[in-house]
Design a protein around this ligand. Structure first.
Ligand code: ATP
Ligand code: MG
Length: 423
């Protein structure tokens, strides 16, 4: 297959193809072309990196945007194995599972979205998950042609008054379940801690809670790319910063050659003109990553959302994990996006904040003061956030350890940006 139909909100908007005689594993052989009648309607572009125009977008820029829709790592390998698709072939994987991607995008073979495996409405989530091994929940999405990015296992579900269930074919999911990781035990406790603490600090973050599904503890996050309209759930279009900046998923971190924080700031301020509130949210996201020690704050963990009506805005925060709660030998502490050249996410010092401010073209004093304010607020909020999560079924021992590590990092940060930092 060398041709896929790309839909936005269920309507065809373009065609993704591989050059005749080309190889889908070679980015240069990819092409994306908007349909002329879609260009004529002046509709929403798929991406900042794929502006609406009649001329095709050729090569890596097309390949990168679409490859970013796919799962990564072992989740991807397992889906590819199960569906007998070459894991390295993003085009084939899109053809197999691209029917329901993040936001409002579908990538389907020749317009047909009808080969979904129907979900029996009487099947509970527990029943559906019975026999699906740990780390393989995303496989339930595979046959339903559902693709969500990221390296962690996850499953899109609908929450209605009777509880959680799998979406019917074509039905928008409302929540994402991220089960605890077999490789990183306690990931669900720590992700919920990151998300809850951000919420306690008044940050724009997805709503999250701990649930137990099929005997497995998991974080349940509300989808931010959904909106209730006239009693129905509708999709909103979104893309991540790797997509908006034209980077492939393999380059989500700066060390891999991916985006820099300076480039992200310039996208928000100069290229998109999103205004001061968006820039503030970005600054806070960077500071928050350093405060909780989230070395995994990379270009795919920052998103853009099209509000109803089409206005572009920063997506709420998601995937906030204090990775420093694990020993450095298990999780590397090098920040995915360099903060002023700091050697570790738990070693961001005043000099690094000043360097970051220069790169993002922000006033160093303003950045330091904001870091100080948020560090002080986090010191205050952390114990209560932990207590709440433990009360809700969190792992008390793991969270107590995380509290010690995070508190030390918060106190260190406060000292680094606090007293004597007036110039
Ligand atoms: N609450 C949400 N609402 C809508 N889309 C979401 C939400 N959470 C995540 N997503 C989408 O799913 C993608 C993957 O989610 P997430 O970053 O949480 O997964 P992950 O596997 O933990 O990622 P990583 O590989 O960074 O560890 C995001 O990039 C985003 O496009
Ligand atoms: Mg992520």
């Amino acid at each position: 297959m060398t041709d896929l139909v790309v839909q936005l909100f269920g309507e065809p908007v373009g065609r993704l193809s591989i050059a005749p005689g080309g190889d889908s594993r070679i980015p240069e052989d990819w092409a994306f072309e908007y349909l002329p009648n879609y260009v004529a309607t002046n509709g929403v572009p798929l991406s900042v990196s794929l502006p609406l125009r009649e001329a095709p977008h050729l090569g890596a820029v097309a390949r990168n945007w679409f490859a970013n829709l796919l799962p990564e790592g072992s989740v991807r390998d397992e889906i590819a194995r199960r569906l007998r698709v070459t894991g390295t072939d993003s085009f084939a994987l899109l053809a197999a599972i691209g029917g329901e991607c993040a936001g409002a995008v579908s990538v389907v073979p020749d317009g047909s979205a009808t080969d979904d495996v129907p979900v029996d409405p009487a099947t509970s989530l527990e029943e559906a998950l019975a026999g699906v091994g740990e780390g393989n929940w995303a496989l339930l999405g595979g046959p339903m042609r559902l693709s969500l990015a990221g390296a962690q296992d996850k499953l899109a579900v609908v929450r209605d008054p009777s509880g959680l269930r799998l979406p019917q074919a074509g039905e928008p999911s409302t929540h994402i379940i991220k089960p605890d990781s077999p490789r990183l035990r306690g990931l669900c406790d720590l992700e919920l801690l990151g998300l809850s603490l951000a919420s306690d600090l008044g940050m724009p973050v997805v709503k999250a809670e701990m649930v137990t599904v099929a005997g497995t503890r998991a974080v349940l996050v509300e989808r931010y790319d959904r909106v209730q309209h006239a009693g129905r759930i509708e999709r909103l279009h979104q893309e991540d910063f790797c997509q908006a900046l034209g980077f492939p998923p393999e380059l989500q971190s700066q060390a891999q050659g991916g985006p820099t924080l300076g480039r992200c700031a310039s996208l928000i301020r100069d290229q998109l003109g999103l205004g001061p509130a968006a820039l503030q949210a970005f600054l806070d996201w960077v500071i928050f990553a350093a405060l909780i020690g989230n070395a995994d704050a990379h270009g795919k963990n920052l998103g853009l959302l099209r509000a109803p009506g089409g206005r572009l805005q920063m997506a709420p925060w998601y995937d906030l994990v204090p990775t420093i709660a694990w020993p450095a030998r298990i999780l590397d502490r090098t920040p995915a996006l360099s903060i002023g050249g700091a050697p570790g996410i738990d070693r961001v010092d005043r000099v690094h904040w000043d360097q970051f401010a220069r790169e993002a073209r922000l006033r160093p004093m303003f950045v330091r003061q904001r870091a100080q304010t948020l560090a002080a607020a986090a010191i205050d909020a952390l114990p209560r956030a932990i207590e709440r999560i433990v009360m809700g079924g969190g792992d008390a021992v793991r969270l107590a350890n995380a509290q010690r590590v995070l508190m030390a990092n918060l106190v260190r940060t406060l000292a680094a940006v606090g007293m004597g930092s007036s110039q």
